[in-house]
Design a binder for this molecule. Structure first.
Ligand SMILES: C[S@@+](CC[C@H](N)C(=O)[O-])C[C@H]1O[C@@H](n2cnc3c(N)ncnc32)[C@H](O)[C@@H]1O
Length: 220
């Protein structure tokens, strides 16, 4: 995918997935009991120790990729401690980042959010703000359960609470998420927006390709 020629979403869906309500209701009624991986537990303990040391309200930057957004969010929120979370390896360690960016109110953790979010909820480590920026869209209809609102961990995202902000180049993803939230009686807004400064690599790439961008916000 070249930088200024990022592909538009191609989907075989024309609106909110027909089975969305049924899928979400099932997940709301049955607890997600998949056992935790040991490295998820170990990673969570590292975060809990840093959060205790920081002594600040926390922000989750879930699906943070390489962590650019984490640093941008940390800079914009000096009174918060920001935790960037992604299952792929990240390239920055805290000291490098501190030297490069002059801030230390954040950390990055390589983890599977299907575990991390549940561990955080159990430990009552709740974010004041929760960013999920440009999650993998899984645009094929048959992959709806891979989208966060179709996944078994969706009720955990809601229960973690905080001010949720999601961004996507696919409006329907966010409209489905809003429809899933409505089933938990949480209102959400979805708008088109133009970022003044791009805060993630995907955002930069989509903007360079003149793709419209969308934002969901909700108070959970
Ligand atoms: C499309 S990328 C967006 C990255 C970044 N937010 C950006 O805008 O540049 C989606 C990210 O979600 C992460 N991701 C997907 N499923 C995940 C999971 N179960 N746990 C943690 N991260 C996950 C991927 O590793 C990937 O980095």
């Amino acid at each position: 995918m070249s930088f200024a020629n990022s592909h538009q979403i191609v989907t075989n869906q024309t609106g909110v997935h027909d089975n969305l309500e049924q899928i979400v209701e099932k997940h709301l009624q049955h607890a997600f009991q998949k056992p935790y991986q040991q490295h998820s537990i170990d990673g969570f303990k590292l975060v809990a120790a840093e959060v205790a040391r920081a002594g600040k309200p926390i922000i989750f930057d879930s699906c943070c990729g390489v962590g650019d957004s984490t640093i941008n969010i940390a800079r914009a929120h000096p009174d918060h401690f920001v935790i960037g979370l992604d299952k792929s390896g990240h390239r920055l360690n805290k000291n490098e980042a501190y030297e490069q960016h002059g801030i230390d109110n954040f950390m990055l953790l390589r983890t599977d959010l299907n575990d991390f979010w549940r561990l955080a909820l159990e430990a009552k480590m709740l974010p004041q703000k929760h960013f999920i920026l440009y999650p993998n869209p899984w645009p094929k209809s048959k992959h709806v359960k891979r989208r966060w609102h179709g996944s078994a961990v969706f009720p955990t995202i809601v229960a973690l609470g905080g001010e949720l902000e999601m961004r996507s180049n696919w409006r329907l993803y966010l409209e489905e998420f809003a429809a899933a939230l409505a089933l938990t009686d949480k209102p959400a807004q979805v708008i088109e927006f133009e970022p003044e400064n791009c805060i993630t690599p995907f955002e930069r790439k989509y903007q360079a390709s003149a793709q419209p961008l969308f934002k969901l916000t909700a108070s959970l």
